[in-house]
Design a protein around this ligand. Structure first.
Ligand code: MLC
Ligand code: AMP
Length: 564
């Protein structure tokens, strides 16, 4: 073992929590024997091989810039740090099998930054399935993802140490590991060895929790093959390259941030500059430094905020010319995850000269449709054409007939290696979402023009709300609101909103004799139950909620009645 130690950079120590924290009760393991699994070598995953080739070609090439740490991390250091943490994980869990974790789940909570990337890659290197947790979820929601994914290990970054106690109360049988933040290396570490035995790409790699028409989020599983395919397809279409520099501001528990942002850029050998969260000032500051970044990807709400910031703080000031010129020089600016309102697209173009590239995707399928790189071929209101290797069709609701006509609406169905493997431990739900001939039913409605460009028309289900790019299940919010004492009945709907796309609105009938609920008080009460972005920001208190003879509410009528 001693001869392997040089591969573990000295500035980088992942410390098991039993060495750092008194709050922890120790996980009980059997007697420690020397693991069979090679603890430091990396599996030949396409992403790791690509990183090795970037590191070999240019040992000083920066993979990640961490804005919180103010640190630059090379591909070489990334691979070395991943190898070091993989060793820690394997040792910690006393893994003896050749297959490493062999698809055991590892849930982790880390801020957006370099440590997140190291943890994610180390779990993959150890053969595990990553379950990235949402940094804004209250402990109740974290515990749902943790218990549902049934992990063998929970990795907590020190920034989330305060969650250790509440999480431990809910998860008694799973060991916790605390990691120490990485620091920038001032020596060039060595690239760790790669294992001769390949890790099959068919192995499960990632679980993303996604809201659906069931009231509880489902774990969407993608394999290494899916992830690699999704990222390669984008690299192909959008021509990511080593000269790309992405300003990354998106959350890292969803595919927009994980695949389109992080994975595709690193696969191509570019640099990902990771910001802890979206801050319009920070983005404008960086863009104003012309040529220092090339890529930006975000949801429409982010562009709306950037426009507002420009209008209030930059327009007609000395900073205006640099902001306009710097943003204009970006190679590619992409919008997705929700419909892009034309006024946002137009105002952004007026300021930056950039025509936002629109694309369409979903947690289960990665990206499926995209406009092209040539600006003049981007069609206003359209999300473009199928990405390389992705098959897309429209079908008639009910009959399943394939829709071919121009301007004819149909349900979007997708097939290809981009499509996820399954919903975690929900075989029946998974089967229901596929057609007999293997197409995934997205639940989105679209039509095509004469050039076969797709135009998204909305979702079939009124129970799915998109707010600021997050998908929210109205049923989940209703279920959680009913826990509150004052509420007798509640209906949750999405209401169109300029900034958020949709806002979550609740129509509430209170229990007799209770004091009228205020929105502020309701939001405070719900903060313990659900992520802040799911909490209603519109509240209507009503005497009664109309239901049909079956006791069902017609949500379209409710929206018309209260929000027309
Ligand atoms: C934050 N809030 C939201 C919200 N985000 N409310 C509704 N919808 C949202 N999306 C809440 C905050 O908790 C806060 O509540 C209040 O609104 C104002 O917060 P803020 O600080 O102004 O918001 P901010 O934290 O800046 O977040 C805005 C945002 C964020 C747009 C940056 O929502 C975001 O990162 N969205 C991206 C989501 C994403 O990546 N989706 C991709 C899914 S994958 P309070 O009570 O504290 O005032 C997918 C597939 C595909 O869709 O095609 O890509
Ligand atoms: P999620 O399930 O969180 O991955 O969100 C996926 C959903 O976001 C899709 O099913 C669409 O409803 C929506 N979506 C993604 N991209 C776009 C887009 N460009 N325009 C409209 N809706 C989109």
């Amino acid at each position: 073992m001693a001869s392997l130690l040089p591969f573990i950079p000295t500035q980088f120590r992942w410390v098991p929590s039993y060495l750092t924290s008194a709050v922890l009760s120790l996980p009980i393991f059997g007697p420690r024997s020397r693991p069979v699994v090679d603890p430091i070598s990396l599996p030949s995953l396409p992403l790791f091989l690509a990183a090795k080739s970037h590191a070999t070609r240019d040992p000083s090439k920066i993979a990640v810039i961490d804005r919180t740490k103010n640190g630059n991390f090379t591909y070489t250091q990334l691979l070395a740090d991943v190898s070091a943490l993989k060793k820690q994980i394997v040792d910690y869990l006393n893994i003896e099998s050749d297959a490493g974790l062999d698809e055991q789940r590892v849930a982790f909570l880390a801020p957006a930054g370099y440590d997140y990337v190291v943890i994610q890659w180390a779990i993959w290197a150890a053969g595990g399935v990553c379950v990235p947790l949402c940094t804004t979820h209250p402990s109740k929601e974290l515990l749902y993802s943790i218990s549902d994914s049934d992990p063998s290990l929970i990795i907590l970054h020190p920034s989330f140490q305060k969650l250790q106690v509440p999480l431990r109360e809910g998860v008694t049988k799973v060991p916790f590991m605390t990691v120490s933040p990485c620091t920038e290396s001032h020596i060039t570490p060595r690239i760790p060895p790669f294992s001769a035995t390949p890790l099959p790409l068919s192995k499960r790699a990632l679980i993303i929790y996604t809201s659906g028409t069931t009231s509880k989020p489902k774990g969407c599983i993608t394999t290494h093959e899916n992830i690699t395919f999704q990222a390669r397809s984008l690299v192909d279409a959008w021509k990511y390259s080593p000269s790309d520099h992405l300003i990354h501001i998106l959350p890292l528990h969803h595919i927009h941030g994980i695949i389109n942002g992080l994975t595709a850029t690193l696969l191509a050998g570019g640099t990902v500059e990771m910001h802890p969260k979206f801050d319009p000032k920070a983005v404008w500051d960086r863009w104003s430094d012309k040529g220092s970044s090339t890529l930006f990807m975000a949801v429409p709400t982010v562009y709306s905020r950037l426009i507002d910031y420009f209008d209030v703080k930059i327009r007609s000031t000395d900073a205006e010319a640099a902001a306009r010129a710097g943003s204009n020089a970006l190679r590619l600016v992409v919008s997705g995850s929700a419909a892009l309102p034309t006024p946002i697209k137009q105002k952004f173009a007026e300021i930056t000269g950039q025509t936002l590239l629109e694309r369409y995707g979903m947690t289960e399928i990665g990206m499926a449709l995209s406009c092209g790189l040539e600006t003049d071929k981007r069609i206003d209101g359209s999300v473009g054409w199928p990405l390389p290797g992705v098959q897309v069709r429209l079908t008639e609701k009910g009959s399943g007939r394939v829709v071919e006509g121009v301007d004819e609406e149909g349900m979007i169905e997708v097939r290809g290696d981009n499509v996820f493997k399954e919903y975690w431990r929900l075989p029946e739900v998974t089967a229901k979402e596929f057609t007999q001939d293997g197409w995934f039913k997205t639940g989105d409605v679209a039509k095509r023009d004469q050039t076969d460009a797709y135009f998204i028309q909305g979702r079939e289900s009124v129970d799915l709300i998109k707010s600021g790019g997050y998908k929210i299940s109205a049923l989940e919010v209703e279920r959680k609101m009913l826990v509150l004492e004052d509420i007798s009945e509640v209906v949750v709907v999405g209401v169109v909103d300029q900034e958020w796309g949709q806002r979550v609105a609740a129509i509430v009938k209170q229990k007799p004799g209770t004091a009228p609920l205020e929105l502020k008080q309701l939001r405070t009460q719900l903060k313990e139950e659900m992520a802040p972005y799911k909490i209603p920001s519109v509240l209507r208190i009503v005497e009664s909620i109309e239901r049909n003879a079956m006791g069902k509410v017609n949500k379209k009528d409710i929206v018309k009645k209260y929000f027309a």
